[in-house]
Design a protein around this ligand. Sequence first.
Ligand SMILES: NC(=O)c1ccc[n+]([C@@H]2O[C@H](COP(=O)([O-])OP(=O)(O)OC[C@H]3O[C@@H](n4cnc5c(N)ncnc54)[C@H](OP(=O)(O)O)[C@@H]3O)[C@@H](O)[C@H]2O)c1
Length: 234
Amino acid sequence: MSHHALVTGSSRGIGLAIARAIARSGGSVMITGRDASGVDEAVQSLQGAGGQVAGTVMDVTDPAAVAGAVRAAERAFGTLDVVVNNAGIGHYGDIATFSDEHWRAVLDTNVTGPFNVMRAAIPALRRAGGGWIINIASLAGAHPFAGGGAYCASKAALIALSESAMQELRGDDIRVSVVLPGSVATRFSGRSAGDDSWKLSPDDVAEAVMGLLRHPARSLPSRIEIRPARPKKG
Ligand SMILES: NC(=O)c1ccc[n+]([C@@H]2O[C@H](COP(=O)([O-])OP(=O)(O)OC[C@H]3O[C@@H](n4cnc5c(N)ncnc54)[C@H](OP(=O)(O)O)[C@@H]3O)[C@@H](O)[C@H]2O)c1
């Protein structure tokens, strides 16, 4: 079955890989991100991938922009049955010296963002007669580490938010899953290119998402952990 999807933060990295996989399966996908040229480039890169690809600029921390993107997806595709909350940022540092600005940016983007998107998209998913919300959290949300206070707290909150949503929506045929990836080879949080050979590929996370979408209607894998098969040496 082909899907009609909105993927947040799909101009690069994991979100782009998820959008590509949905398009290749014959589905429609709305690419989103804050930077217009990033959105345009991603849309161009997926032309000919398979399904219909459109793009819109949207900051997940802006509820009006989020509502506009949900409307744009419904208008473009006729219906919306998959929402992937992937947009996220990381700032790292000890709590003792962590700035207000970074704390707010991480919590606004990684927690309030998915909240804004779910709240705006639930009526559309109900109009579609059901569907999926897939939230990309992180193993950092289940295994906090020193120097990761804001990021780990944001992803722990996203896991909890996802599980509440799952219980609220499963009776309406809207399945909610949270995916917890380990290290993925992207430029997340301004990382420079290094030895990424041991990490997951963004395509591995996309494969986990496509696996969810293939599950029969009776089944809901509500939490997926995915990590590199071999940890980094040393
Ligand atoms: N990479 C990893 O090792 C890893 C591991 C576990 C979980 N994750 C999670 O996976 C998700 C994607 O990470 P990634 O590695 O693919 O990151 P990435 O390469 O930095 O891509 C992030 C995407 O999100 C968009 N974005 C950022 N802030 C946004 C906002 N406020 N509103 C809308 N879009 C926004 C970015 O576009 P703009 O900058 O143009 O907005 C970009 O498209 C994140 O939630 C991250 O926490 C990553």
